[in-house]
Design a protein around this ligand. Structure first.
Ligand code: ZN
Ligand code: ZN
Length: 413
């Protein structure tokens, strides 16, 4: 059957995802509705009236605007229970940030509550039956709880969300799904990750070097996924280690969902060796720790700034950046100029700064392998500002589609 699709955001860019799928019966589904937490934030195009929402995972660029639709249209939200729980924390936090920065509020607390009431919790292997479509969920290998949706009508279509195709410390890989139409992310178009093991070894060697010289290691991390990945990596090192910020609450949530973790026992062990900063008073202790893993990942907010102010003065210490640093963030500024903005003033950071590549996304070659193994007729690239680079390698074998923002196109589903 023919379905109409339209990207509301995140087609040719990373951030603020959103895509509608409309059947001949006029029923409208929405795949994700996210935001880019830039200053000011960027939102997708306004969504039409929606009947159902599908959410792959709880990163803000995918979930941040879901309450605007689920709150307004009171529609069901299909996702894993872990994504729903973490998503609720992220949505509340972005509302809090919007208030504190005096930005117009995209939705209310009531919208978030209505969204949560509309969650239909599903897990990998479950199938949604909807308007003559069967929609099973598959693991996306990106962060715990992240799903891909397969849409089976007359033929089969896969919507990948964000994927990784190798084992990380937290989750196993996404498996290819035979399909006719493949919507796939292309974050790392044109880029190849260094071998994971080499990066892990270099990172752990650096932590050892800094602590040996009497320094402390500050690891700014995204709350969801990266914080826990770092805890897993550091769990056997024996340092005096602390975890602070929203990453701490999300680690607690992960404990309730062993089925979404590659190795629950190891995660439990990791959680045990990290001391938690439960209230601001404890920061007088944690700031004296050897290793501090804390939110936020791009140094734009959260407890990390307090630590940086303190630890950044001493050349013996080190800041190890382990995640993506967007343009116009403190993290990027630190990499480019060695300074960060604090209370409106540039502050020179005197300690060592290093960057490590621990991506939760498949790289260029891994995406090409994934496409070839799914072997679709049509492959639609999204979530990428370099997606043309895939087209040149795949055209001839596949019908590569690079839909523009707002452009409507049809597929047999
Ligand atoms: Zn993501
Ligand atoms: Zn994403």
């Amino acid at each position: 059957m023919e379905m109409k699709f339209r990207f509301l955001g995140g087609a040719d860019a990373i951030g603020r995802m959103g895509m509608t799928m409309e059947g001949s019966d006029g029923k409208m589904s929405l795949f994700e509705y996210g935001m880019a937490p830039t200053k000011p934030p960027e939102y997708p195009l306004e969504a039409p009236r929606i009947n159902h929402v599908f959410l792959t995972h709880s990163h803000l660029d995918h979930c941040g605007m879901v309450p605007r639709v689920c709150g307004r249209d009171n529609c069901e939200l299909f996702t894993t229970p872990l994504t729903a729980e973490v998503g609720e924390i992220m949505m509340n936090d972005s509302l809090k940030i919007a208030k504190s920065e005096n930005n117009p509020l995209p939705y209310t607390k009531g919208d978030i509550d209505r969204t949560m009431k509309n969650v239909v919790p599903l897990t990998f292997g479950d199938t949604i039956e909807l308007n003559k479509l069967d929609i099973p969920l598959h693991s996306a290998g990106h962060i715990p709880g992240a799903a891909m949706f397969e849409i089976i009508g007359d033929t089969s279509t896969v919507y990948s969300g964000d994927i990784h195709t190798i084992n990380t410390k937290l989750v196993g890989p996404a498996r290819p799904v035979d399909c006719e139409n493949l919507f796939v992310e292309g974050t790392y178009g044109g880029r190849i990750h260094p071998p994971r093991k080499e990066t892990e070894d270099a990172f752990l060697d650096k932590v050892a070097e800094v602590t040996d010289r009497g320094g402390r290691v500050l690891i700014p991390c995204f709350a969801t996924g990266r914080t826990q990945e770092m805890m897993m990596m550091l769990r056997n090192t024996g340092y005096d280690m602390w975890v602070d910020g929203m990453g701490r609450s999300i680690s607690r949530l992960y404990m309730n969902y062993p089925e979404y973790l590659l190795d629950y026992k190891k995660f439990k062990a990791a959680k045990r060796v990290f001391q938690e900063v439960r209230n601001p008073n404890m920061r007088s202790l944690s700031a004296k720790g050897e290793v501090i893993v804390t939110t936020g990942g791009m140094l734009d907010g959260g407890p990390v700034l307090g630590y940086l102010r303190e630890l950044g003065k001493n050349p013996k210490n080190a800041v190890l950046l382990v995640g993506y640093q967007a343009d116009d963030t403190n993290g990027r500024m630190l990499m480019d100029s060695g300074s960060v903005m604090m209370d409106g003033e540039p502050i020179k950071i005197e300690c060592e700064v290093q960057k490590y590549e621990f991506s939760a996304h498949a790289d260029h070659e891994q995406i090409l392998d994934f496409v070839r193994e799914c072997d679709p007729k049509n492959v639609i690239f999204m979530h990428s500002d370099t997606r043309e680079l895939f087209e040149s390698e795949l055209k001839g074998d596949y019908n590569v589609m690079l839909p523009k923002l707002g452009e409507e196109f049809s597929l047999d589903v």
